[in-house]
Design a protein around this ligand. Structure first.
Ligand code: HEM
Length: 81
């Protein structure tokens, strides 16, 4: 497995607009999902997680607990915490 750049939470939190890029975390992984926002089947709600953790939202919307959803997300990985 390749190694990724390490980011701080502060740096993730600075990325919560389309202009700055939309970053999210899941566990210790960091994703730049800017390009996915318009393709999200759940619409603009995805922006609630911008700059932070997906966990609380994915706990509410269990539909994300599927292999194919994690495969989509993994394509946007840019780093680790
Ligand atoms: C549905 C991906 C973040 C709310 C979906 C589906 C995918 C997806 C692939 C369709 C699943 C299926 O039907 O099998 C993602 C990814 C996310 C993300 C990759 C983050 C990078 C969020 C967030 C929320 C959310 C943060 C809520 C705050 C929803 C809802 C649906 C959905 C409500 C159901 C839409 C419907 O079927 O009408 N998401 N999601 N998602 N997502 Fe997300």
């Amino acid at each position: 497995s390749r190694s990724y750049p390490v980011y701080t939470l502060k740096e993730v939190q600075r990325h919560r607009t389309l202009a700055d890029g939309i970053w999210v975390t899941l566990g210790k992984e960091v994703f730049n999902i800017t390009e996915f926002v318009d393709m999200h089947p759940g619409g603009n709600r995805i922006l609630l997680a911008a700059g932070g953790s997906l966990e609380p939202f994915w706990a509410m919307y269990g539909i994300h607990n599927q292999k194919h959803v994690l495969e989509i997300l993994s394509a946007y990985k840019i780093g680790e915490l």
